[in-house]
Design a protein around this ligand. Structure first.
Ligand code: ADP
Ligand code: MG
Length: 462
């Protein structure tokens, strides 16, 4: 029928506009490297902030003692404590708790958010058991993973540049987030010092390095997306501080804000961006990360309903609700292997109230998920390839067969198998001959342990 043909034309158009042939991915990777150079050259020189983390030493394995970490960066925050036993003992014991952030606090006041966090942290500290041991006379120390763009001022201070990922709290912008947290900790009557402020990419890099010396970059694919890597301090023209002893400096790329004319953007991306809390910003993040993938799919389905009556004569009301299709649900739809795609059918009913979908329709929806997630995964692979190029690890130089490991973490990477497999295959394809020198490891909650490790290496008692 005409309706079906119109729906197919919409799908075909999204597919074509989302195409990421390998030649395009190489252009994206090249643009990423160019922007990385520009961001290192001068402050504000690029859309990529290339934030200097003040981490010039990654964990060695010798870290010792009781440390805490707090991870704020998405819909949940996590608190963690770890007893480090040095080179021999390693991670003796660790415990964590995960707490959801009430949505109203994400758009409320700075004190409201930080008081809530400090209160949960105080509760967690109160539950510390006998097998955790703080050295006598010491104050507890914390690594604070704060995964939003911060202008780092030292290892334990930094001002918030802007919120992302659905957070919007006017009075925090421009403030030192460590001072905000410290004040809230004091209001709780808790005796704790924030020893390190990092973001999740830095934490993951540190956690990854603790277990594997070849880890040189870290990528987060969760609610948002970002990456960090180890740069030669001398290759950072905008760094005017002392040259660190290690000769190295960890750089937080803030790649979520990457943008290039080579990115395949569709009308749905432009509309999503225009309706977002941060229009014009975080374009790479908006086509790659978990917060947005389901929403892109919903927007296409909505168009198919409106212009091709794909779900019947009226557009189902719930299909018009922004962000109603979350990426985990999209993933469940994509991974349905039953012969009648009954998971797809059930999800459509549960999420949108759409019943009586035919097998043919369900197949179209699975294909749409494939289009949206493949573009994301392939672009993420291109981004990683861009970092490897910047590191000079995209080819074998002078016959030197240096191994490089990239630590990956985040719910999207961890749980969306089609996505992570596509990313890994694409990276291999981009790397060609050197692909056996590069590996990806899943740094499971690397960022929590990484922040605690960095708190240890920046302890006031060293
Ligand atoms: P955050 O990025 O908020 O710190 P996570 O790394 O745990 O937290 O990532 C959570 C995000 O991962 C969710 O917002 C969601 O987009 C994505 N995600 C979680 N589970 C799945 C899943 N099963 N399939 C696809 N995406 C998922
Ligand atoms: Mg996280």
């Amino acid at each position: 029928s005409g309706r079906w043909a119109r729906a197919m034309a919409i799908l075909k158009e999204v597919d074509e506009k989302s195409a990421t042939p390998i030649s395009k991915l190489r252009q994206v990777a090249d643009a990423m490297t160019v922007e990385m150079h520009a961001g290192l050259a001068s402050e504000g020189g690029s859309k990529l902030k290339m934030i200097i983390s003040y981490v010039d030493n990654l964990p060695t394995g010798d870290e010792k003692g009781l440390y805490y970490a707090l991870d704020l960066g998405g819909t949940n925050f996590r608190v963690l404590r770890v007893q480090l036993g040095g080179r021999e003992g390693r991670v003796v014991k660790q415990e964590f708790a995960e707490v959801p952030i009430p949505p109203h606090l994400m758009i409320g006041t700075s004190d409201g958010l930080f008081d809530y966090i400090a209160k949960e942290l105080a509760k967690f500290v109160a539950s510390e058991g006998e097998d955790f041991r703080l050295s006598p006379g010491r104050q507890r120390e914390l690594g604070f993973t704060f995964s939003f763009p911060v202008k780092q001022l030292s290892i334990n201070s930094g001002t918030l540049i802007k919120w992302t990922k659905g957070f919007s709290i006017e009075d925090t912008v421009g403030q030192d987030v460590v001072a905000e947290l410290t004040k809230a900790i004091e209001r709780q009557g808790l005796d704790m010092r924030v020893a390190a402020l990092v973001n999740d990419t830095i934490g993951t890099l540190a956690g990854g390095r603790y277990y594997d010396n070849d880890v040189s970059a870290a990528v987060i694919l969760g609610t948002g997306t970002n990456a960090a890597y180890v740069e030669r301090a001398q290759a950072i023209p905008k760094w005017h501080g002392l040259l660190p002893k290690s000769g190295e400096m960890v750089v937080n790329i803030e790649w979520g804000n990457f943008r290039s004319s080579h990115l395949p953007l569709t009308e749905y991306d432009h509309a999503l961006d225009a309706d977002s809390l941060n229009p014009g910003e975080q374009i790479f993040e908006k086509i790659i990360s978990g917060m947005y993938l389901g929403e892109i799919v919903r927007r296409v389905l909505c168009k198919m309903a409106e212009e091709a009556a794909f779900f019947g004569d009226t557009v189902p009301e719930k299909l018009k609700v922004q962000f109603i299709l979350r990426t985990p649900e999209m993933s469940a739809i994509h991974h349905d292997v039953s012969s009648d795609l009954r998971v797809v059918g059930k999800k459509l009913k549960d999420i949108f109230g759409i019943s009586n979908t035919s097998l043919k329709m369900r197949k179209v929806i699975v294909e749409l998920c494939n289009v949206v997630s493949s573009r994301a995964a392939r672009l993420a692979a291109a981004g990683i390839f861009g970092i490897l190029k910047k590191l000079g690890r995209d080819t074998v130089r002078d016959g030197e067969k240096q191994k490089t490991v990239v630590a990956l973490d985040g719910g999207l990477y961890e749980h969306y198998k089609e996505f992570s497999q596509c990313l890994e295959t694409t990276l291999k394809e981009l790397l060609g001959d050197v692909s056996d020198l590069i590996s990806i490891v899943h740094a499971n909650d690397g960022s929590g342990i990484g922040a605690a490790l960095l708190a240890a290496s920046h302890s006031q008692y060293l």
